[in-house]
Design a protein around this ligand. Structure first.
Ligand code: FES
Length: 92
């Protein structure tokens, strides 16, 4: 089984997320609603967050919603975010 990582949201919920699980879906599974949920497919931008601390990888994200500069600054779409470490994230 893939490793579980602890996801903490600044001023919000805390939950576990598998390394192959998307953070947005793990949040929903745990009954939290800190991050907005839209298309769940990397297109609408509603679930945009910033990773404050921790390693992660991302799947395909709309370049219109998260530019290269945004990515470099830690912004990502939670529905396309996979933790590689415990993460601290901020809802933007
Ligand atoms: S829910 Fe639409 S981009 Fe994540």
């Amino acid at each position: 089984m893939a490793a579980l990582h602890r996801i903490r949201i600044v001023d919000g919920a805390e939950f576990d997320c598998g390394e192959d699980e998307r953070v947005l879906l793990a949040m929903e599974r745990c009954g939290a609603d800190d991050i907005g949920v839209g298309c769940r497919g990397g297109g609408c931008g509603i679930c945009r967050i910033r990773v404050v601390d921790g390693d992660y990888r991302t799947g395909k994200m709309s370049a219109e919603k998260v530019s290269d500069a945004d990515r470099a600054a830690g912004f990502a779409l939670a529905c396309r975010l996979y933790p590689a470490d415990d993460l601290l994230i901020e809802v933007t």
